[in-house]
Write a protein that binds this ligand. Structure first.
Ligand SMILES: Nc1ncnc2c1ncn2[C@@H]1O[C@H](COP(=O)(O)OP(=O)(O)OP(=O)(O)O)[C@@H](O)[C@H]1O
Ligand SMILES: [Mg+2]
Length: 220
C-alpha cells in the first residue's frame, strides 16, 4: 500500500483519527439533507488534496459506507498512482461509451466498500467535459451505486474545473497546506466559490504540526 494512505498503513495514528473526526463531522453537518457528493480541492496546487480525498474515502468505507472515488482531475490525475491502478479506462471512457456508462469501469482497491474510477484518457477540453450534461448523468449513475461519491479535481485558482463540478455536488472541501497556504489565496478561493454559489462544507489543514498534548495519551 502506498505510504500516503495512512488510514490503511497506520489506522491508529493521530492522522487516521483526524480522518475519522472529519468523517463524523461530514455525517453530522447536515442531518436533514445529508452530504453524499463532495469535491475536494485547494486554492493552488500541491496541498495534498488527492491524498486527503483518498484517505477520507478509506475512512468512509471503513465506516460501512459504500464509497466511490472519481478522478475528475483531467489535467494531472493522481488516483491511479495513489492506488497503483491501470488508467487505460476510466471516467472519460465512461462518458464516451454507452455500455461503460451503464456499467462504469470501477476498480476495486482491496478495501471493502471502496472503488475507484480513474480519469481515463485525458481530453483536450477538460472544463467542457466536466461542465457537460453527460457529466451530470454520470454523477447520477455513480450515486446510484454508492453512499458517497468523492471527486478529485485541479486547484480552484488555476482552472475553472473545481467550481464547475462544485456546482453539481453537495459541496466542496478545501484542503489548505500548513506552512505554505496563503491567506489571500484562501480568501480568493472562497470568493470564487461564493460567487457561483458553491457551498464550502469545510476545510482540512494538511502538513499540520502534531499536538502531542492531545495525541500522546491514546498513542501509549
Ligand atoms: N506542498 C507540498 N510539499 C511537499 N510535499 C507535498 C506537497 N504537496 C503534496 N506533497 C506530496 O506530494 C505527493 C502528492 O500529493 P497530492 O497528489 O495528494 O497533492 P495534490 O494537492 O493533489 O497535488 P495537485 O495539485 O498536483 O493535484 C504526496 O506524497 C504529498 O505528500
Ligand atoms: Mg491532486
Amino acid at each position: 500500500m502506498p505510504a500516503n494512505l495512512i488510514t490503511l498503513t497506520d489506522p491508529r495514528s493521530p492522522a487516521a483519527e483526524a480522518y475519522r473526526t472529519l468523517r463524523t463531522n461530514l455525517m453530522f453537518s447536515n442531518l436533514d439533507n445529508p452530504i453524499r457528493t463532495l469535491v475536494v480541492t485547494s486554492p493552488v496546487f500541491s496541498a495534498e488534496k488527492s491524498t486527503v480525498l483518498a484517505n477520507l474515502a478509506v475512512t468512509l468505507a471503513q465506516g460501512g459506507r459504500e464509497t466511490i472515488i472519481v478522478d475528475c482531475d483531467l489535467r494531472k490525475p493522481a488516483q491511479q498512482t495513489i492506488w497503483g491502478l491501470d488508467n487505460a479506462s476510466g471516467l472519460t471512457a465512461m462518458l464516451l461509451d454507452d455500455a461503460l456508462f451503464e456499467n462504469p469501469p470501477l476498480q476495486a482497491v482491496g478495501v471493502d466498500g471502496l472503488s475507484v474510477l480513474t480519469s481515463g484518457e485525458l481530453p483536450p477540453n477538460p472544463a467542457d467535459v466536466i461542465g457537460s450534461r453527460r457529466m451530470d448523468d454520470a454523477i447520477a449513475v455513480l450515486m446510484d451505486r454508492a453512499d458517497f461519491v468523492l471527486f478529485d479535481v485541479p486547484p480552484i485558482l488555476a482552472v475553472t474545473d473545481a467550481a464547475l463540478l462544485g456546482h453539481k455536488v453537495d459541496g466542496v472541501l478545501l484542503a489548505l497546506r500548513a506552512g505554505s497556504a496563503r491567506r489571500d489565496h484562501a480568501a480568493r478561493a472562497k470568493e470564487e466559490l461564493d460567487r457561483v454559489n458553491v457551498p464550502i462544507i469545510g476545510t482540512v489543514l494538511t502538513n499540520a504540526q502534531r499536538d502531542s498534548a492531545v495525541s500522546n495519551y491514546y498513542a501509549r
